[in-house]
Design a protein around this ligand. Structure first.
Ligand code: ADP
Length: 477
């Protein structure tokens, strides 16, 4: 098989390859991808540093054209790239194609943002002095991404980084190098100058750590686990570097007595189980008031019974496999923990076999859970959700907010009063009314509160807060 190499200073380099395995069929190798060393990471950082002065002063039309070309190619190849994504990550083909389209839309959006860069001009409080406020690129940005959105998350970090004139060292997650390699290849062929984007695929403990240890990264944007996020934060403080973290979630979905049952079940089934529950915005706590509880559990269980768990590429599959053996063990460990804590296993809980060997797990629903159980407090990151029974809206809101996390929160209700109150009082960065907690637009801010996120929001025009630095200039007229 061809070795997909790392991109450093505009050259494809690397000889040491690792197989990328398909979680729907572990006998299938998706491709072979180079593994970077700590020295490769250092070379990539040096190349990005050398490329920064020219790129930061490049014309906006050049940046616009490269990002637009990239968007167009990703969109034109959505079926092929979607298939690659589904094979390396395990989400279903329609989900994977949808994510690929979203990556194209993100590049397209930031191609537009390049042309809309603007500052402010205002008078000084002192006579005859003018003030200009502008945004400038920060420098070399380190980008570290997780495996659950192999093309969208790299896109929503790389596109704004480049649009605002920064250079990049990009380390994708070990499990999904394929889509990241494709993005680097497309940007490279779209005419990105040497060293502006460097791709270093490899281990977090080696390549990622070398990035954290470098004094030459002006900023790091990270999405992944809370543990690694803390390391990014600590190293960034030490190096006086800007950082942005997107970490876990334990997102609540409140279902009130007055909810439209079909809407509530659709929202819970989607946000709890689609993409195999492997979305940081997935809702794993279903907080349901007494009057609708039994009907909701019965209808959701019926829905889960109808879900087909199978190969990500098979037509008709609703839920693909879990991403790898480690994640599957984490999921089944939590299922055992839930049972030992006294929650009732209402559906699923078993690993299953399909035609090919893969990491298949039934969608799993617990009932009679409490918000104090570990399955309600810790992120499982699998197709596992728990129903917590509550008395009324007030208790539902209090349970929803009683979590260390604060990424996304949802409510199913037909009451304007409760919907409005929930939007105002939910301690989450994103609030959904009669919608799944997962599934967000690409042109508006994304991010959370509490242990879920740190730093400015990602996506949309708000992305400029992280990827630029503000300058205030005074001129005597
Ligand atoms: P997940 O549970 O999603 O795999 P991780 O935080 O382990 O979360 O991984 C997210 C990203 O962080 C991956 O690209 C991974 O390689 C990287 N990473 C892991 N450990 C480190 C580290 N010590 N330094 C920098 N990056 C790391």
């Amino acid at each position: 098989m061809t070795l997909h190499q790392n991109l450093i200073a505009g050259e494809w380099v690397g000889t040491d390859g690792v197989e990328n395995i398909n979680p729907s069929n572990t006998n299938e190798v998706v491709g072979v991808y180079a593994r970077a060393s700590a020295d490769d990471a250092k070379n990539a950082i040096a190349a990005a540093k050398a490329a920064f002065p020219a790129w930061s002063r490049s014309g906006i039309l050049e940046r616009h054209a490269i990002l637009k070309k990239t968007a167009d190619e990703i969109l034109a190849r959505k079926e092929e790239l979607g298939k690659l994504l589904a094979r390396e990550e395990g989400k279903t083909l329609p989900e994977a194609i949808g994510e690929t389209i979203r990556a194209a839309q993100i590049f397209d959006f930031f191609a537009g943002e390049v042309l809309r860069l603007a500052g402010e001009v205002l008078p000084s409080v002192r006579p005859n002095i003018g003030v200009e406020i502008t945004r400038e690129p920060i420098g070399v940005v380190g980008i570290i991404t997780p495996w659950n959105f192999p093309i969208a998350i790299p896109a929503w970090k790389i596109a704004p980084a480049l649009a605002y004139g920064n250079t990049v060292v990009f380390k994708p997650a070990e499990l999904v190098p394929g889509c990241s390699w494709a993005i680097a290849d497309i940007l490279h062929r779209a005419g990105l100058p040497k060293g502006v984007l460097n791709l270093v695929m490899g281990k977090g403990s080696v390549v990622g750590q070398a990035m954290l240890d470098s004094p030459d990264l002006a900023a790091i944007t990270f999405t992944g686990s809370t543990g690694t996020g803390k390391r990014v934060a600590a190293s960034s403080i030490e190096h006086n570097r800007k950082f942005q973290l997107e970490m876990g979630g334990k997102n609540p979905m409140v279902v009130l007595d007055d909810a439209d049952l079909t809407v509530a079940v659709e929202a819970a089934a989607n946000s709890g189980f689609f993409s195999t529950g492997q979305r940081c915005t997935a809702s794993s706590r279903l907080i349901v008031t007494e009057g609708i509880h039994d009907k909701f559990v019965a209808a959701l269980t019926e829905k889960l019974k109808g879900f087909v768990v199978d190969d990500a590429l098979k037509a008709g599959t609703h839920i693909g496999p879990v991403v790898d053996a480690g994640q599957l063990k984490q999921d089944t460990d939590y299922i055992a923990i839930g049972q030992s804590e006294g929650a009732r296993l209402a559906f699923g809980g078993e690993t299953i076999s399909r035609d090919n060997p893969g990491f298949y797990l039934q969608p799993t629903l617990f009932t009679e859970a409490t918000n104090q159980m570990r399955i309600s407090r810790e992120e499982i990151f699998g197709p596992v959700a728990s129903v917590i029974r509550v008395k009324d809206y007030e208790e539902a809101l209090s349970v929803a907010n009683d979590t260390p996390f604060g990424l996304s929160a949802g409510i199913a209700t037909t009451s304007l009063k409760y919907a409005t109150h929930f939007k105002r009082n939910s301690e989450a960065g994103m609030v959904m009314v009669n919608l799944p907690t997962a599934g967000v637009d690409f042109h508006v801010p994304f991010g959370g509160r509490k242990a879920s996120s740190f730093g400015p929001r990602e996506q949309g025009k708000y992305a400029s807060e992280f990827f630029t630095v503000v300058k205030t200039a005074y001129t005597l007229a």
